[in-house]
Ligand binder design. Structure first.
Ligand code: NI
Length: 150
């Protein structure tokens, strides 16, 4: 099913438009409209990550040394405390010392952030990162009906 499209006009400085057209070529967007639609979507997701109360999904990636005292108990306790927001946890024994954990979370942005902050701050976590995105249902499909086989 085709998504409904609305036309509107935008004024841009000439050199900014030139740069946009160059980016459209480099990224093989079909046209300016598609490039701009992609940018708007990215910015909206970013905006909602900061301000939204809608459903978000994300991953928290942690690297830690499992010999570090109590690390596994404290990570497990934190995850049980937030079990309603944690969808799945993947644990990989990277080498003799290091574990990689990827925790899939969903819920409101502020809650996801607070879970990530707690896990990343756990003593013994060497490195960690939160990646957060929209849960998807409040966006039209990325390229409408044209590329649904991608
Ligand atoms: Ni491990």
């Amino acid at each position: 099913m085709a998504e409904q499209v609305t036309r509107f006009s935008v004024s841009l400085p000439a050199d900014l438009l030139e740069d946009l057209d160059e980016m459209v070529r480099e990224h093989k967007h079909a046209n300016r409209s598609q490039a701009i639609a992609d940018m708007v979507r990215d910015r909206l997701i970013e905006h909602r990550q900061r301000h939204g109360s809608g459903e978000m999904a994300g991953t928290i990636t942690l690297i830690y040394d499992h010999h570090s005292p109590k690390i596994q108990a404290s990570l497990t306790a934190a995850q049980h405390e937030h079990h309603h927001a944690i969808v799945s946890t993947l644990h990989v024994h990277l080498d003799h010392d290091n574990c990689l954990e990827v925790i899939v979370v969903r819920g409101k942005a502020a809650m996801i952030r607070s879970i990530a902050d707690k896990l990343l701050a756990a003593k013994g976590v060497k490195h960690g990162k939160l990646t957060i995105t929209s849960a998807g249902h409040d966006f039209p499909s990325k390229h409408g009906h044209r590329h649904h086989h991608e």
